[in-house]
Design a protein around this ligand. Structure first.
Ligand SMILES: NC(=O)c1ccc[n+]([C@@H]2O[C@H](COP(=O)([O-])OP(=O)(O)OC[C@H]3O[C@@H](n4cnc5c(N)ncnc54)[C@H](OP(=O)(O)O)[C@@H]3O)[C@@H](O)[C@H]2O)c1
Length: 264
């Protein structure tokens, strides 16, 4: 499999205002890719756009959009039509987690989590993939998590959304691989971003945190190899193999112990 050719390409990145999404923007700008950056934080997006135009001279559009809103994806596709931008690369990176006993977490917040982590990537992929198929080339990276590799007590909805994304992406990888489309489910372990400030629980962070730029470098390497999924880091990969050696019940009990809230 040849490396992906980034020349003259346009990438749409959700969750571009921070963390892993921001590092995707930086590394793709460094390869000369034009960018469409999406998140809610307008100031952060503008600051990033200014930085990248200055350092790499690439063309950048920003779309300020809350992906929870029911008309989020139609707003985005309308903007793309107006801008006459048709992405060759789609990076579904926006996401967040809730942590705690399921019944105590707000159902509205958990519904938003499902919408941002699952529904938005599905709808964006459905809107953008046909354009890629017409060109016979494209890349879709769905940012899942090692949380996708087993059920996650106290992060039940988060783990389920990421398992959904891993399954969805892997199925599409097999469906479209012969049509020039590369689809990667990226499964980072703990990564050094603002993610855990949003979760607001140290227990949710398992293992040493990898810098976000390293996660992105590994992901772009996996795209070059047309891999269907990537678990970042050897330790995370080993943890992901645990299910091969213990029963599902034992696995659940181990994970419950690791993730159990320590504060009263
Ligand atoms: N950090 C980790 O340890 C880790 C590990 C595995 C997987 N991940 C996954 O990596 C992805 C990126 O997270 P990160 O670590 O880079 O965390 P982060 O720094 O908190 O970034 C999250 C991004 O998602 C955007 N976002 C959140 N809610 C949104 C909404 N309703 N509408 C639009 N955008 C929204 C945020 O932008 P605004 O707030 O500006 O809207 C931000 O750009 C997530 O999908 C996360 O699940 C993270």
């Amino acid at each position: 499999m040849n490396s992906f050719d980034y020349t003259g390409k346009t990438a749409l990145i959700t969750g571009a205002s921070s963390g892993i999404g921001r590092d995707f923007a930086r590394q793709l700008a460094n390869r000369g890719v034009s960018l469409i950056l999406i998140a809610r934080s307008e100031k952060k997006l503008q600051a990033l756009a200014t930085e990248l135009v200055k350092t790499h001279g690439v063309s950048i559009a920003i779309i300020v959009q809350d992906l929870v809103e029911p008309d989020a994806i139609s707003n985005i596709t309308e903007r793309l039509e107006k801008l006459r931008r048709y992405p060759d690369i789609l990076i579904n990176c926006a996401g967040f987690a809730t942590y705690g006993s399921f019944e105590k977490l707000s159902i509205d917040r958990q519904r938003d989590e499902i919408n941002v982590n699952c529904l938005a990537p599905v709808e964006l992929t459905h809107a953008i993939l046909p354009g890629m198929l017409k060109k016979g080339s494209g890349v879709i990276i769905n940012v899942a998590s090692t949380a996708a590799l087993q059920p996650d007590p106290y992060m039940a909805i988060y783990g389920a959304t990421k398992a959904f994304l891993l399954s969805f992406s892997s199925a599409l990888w097999a469906e479209y691989r012969s049509q020039g489309i590369r689809i990667l489910a990226l499964c980072p372990g703990a990564t050094d971003t603002a993610f855990f400030d949003v979760v607001n629980a140290e227990e949710a962070s398992v293992g040493k945190r990898m810098p976000a730029d390293k996660v992105v470098t590994l992901a772009l390497r996996a795209v070059d190899a047309n891999r269907s999924y990537l678990i970042t880091g050897c330790g995370n990969w080993l943890l992901g193999q645990l299910h091969r050696f213990v029963t599902r019940k034992r696995l659940l009990l181990i994970v419950e112990k690791i993730l159990r809230p320590r504060s009263p």
